[in-house]
Design a protein around this ligand. Structure first.
Ligand SMILES: [Zn+2]
Length: 306
């Protein structure tokens, strides 16, 4: 009896330890979550996404899933961040560029899958098709969503899905574009995990972490993807992550990043495809300085107080 009580006592103690352990793990997870969210908000957008928008994105994906067997992706453009101004010497002249990180995450009900193919290696481009997962049915194909091109950059060479994400600078309050990008595309992949949203269809692990046919210009087929709960990003000044500031006068500008501009990729929603930053540009002694006045995670028309 006594031994039994002791055993119970020991078990209870063990249970308490386990519970405490779980509490400690849970607390650590919360701290990690908060840390990640703070980092995400700090580096992605100063304001973060309004809670309403997050709930809307989740509800949207869930509502879509209930009425359709299709598991569509939902591309969410993150706010331009890591803004930097660099001086470039070209043709003996100084040129000034704004560089930025851009990131697109999938918050939808299914993966973004883009397959490229070409009949032979003398055809310069691959034709890209979107593949859509369907519950209890074979995958669907959306043909001709663009093309894939073998890109030769200074630091690497591989297959890009062209015109996935676009960048432009506009005068604040105007829709006319002053400077537009010439970026050649993205090597799509599960590059970072989305930590600031609870996504019902999130993939537990990254699926596509490949290098998009690195140093393989003769490939005839290419498979690229962004899983739900993952994002793809490019750092400032990497492979066209920049726009020239030369010739722009003092004043306020909006830097816009926009994914899937021509809407050829099918998604749950196109409402979250643009994000922007309001900037104040001033020239002093021939050198530009930029100040961020506002960050706008869900619109291309950023204004102060947005
Ligand atoms: Zn690349």
């Amino acid at each position: 009896m006594t031994r039994s009580l002791v055993r119970i006592g020991v078990l209870s103690a063990a249970t308490v330890v386990t519970v405490l352990g779980l509490v400690a793990v849970a607390a650590a997870a919360v701290i990690i979550g908060v840390g990640a969210m703070a980092e995400s908000i700090g580096s992605h957008d100063a304001e973060g996404q309004p809670t309403g928008t997050r709930e809307f994105a989740s509800r949207n994906a869930a509502a879509h899933e209930t009425v359709s067997r299709e598991r569509l992706p939902d591309l969410d453009q993150e706010t331009p961040n890591e803004l930097q101004v660099h001086t470039v010497v070209s043709g003996g002249r100084l040129s000034y560029r704004i560089g930025f990180r851009s990131a697109v995450r999938n918050v939808g009900a299914g993966p973004l899958i883009v397959n490229g193919s070409r009949p032979d290696s003398t055809t310069p481009y691959m034709r890209a098709d979107q593949i859509i997962d369907r519950v209890g049915q074979p995958q669907a194909v959306v043909p001709g969503v663009g093309r894939m091109q073998y890109v030769i950059a200074s630091d690497h060479r591989h297959w890009h899905y062209a015109q996935f994400d676009r960048y432009e600078l506009r005068r604040a309050g105007s829709s006319s574009v002053r400077v537009a990008d010439r970026k050649s595309g993205f090597c799509l992949g599960d590059r970072y995990r989305v930590t600031s949203l609870a996504l019902r269809f999130a993939s537990p692990k990254p699926v596509y972490t490949g290098r998009c046919g690195l140093a393989q210009p003769a490939l005839l087929h290419m498979h690229e993807r962004i899983s739900v709960g993952y994002g793809d990003d490019y750092s400032a000044f990497l492979e066209g992550q920049e726009l020239p500031l030369d010739g722009l006068t003092d004043g306020r500008y909006v830097l816009v990043h926009r994914v899937n501009v021509d809407r050829r990729l099918r998604e749950v929603s196109y409402a979250n495809n643009a994000a922007s930053v309001l900037l104040d540009l001033r020239w002093h002694g021939g050198k530009p300085s930029l100040r961020t006045l506002a960050t706008c995670p869900t619109t291309d028309t950023c204004y102060e107080g947005a």
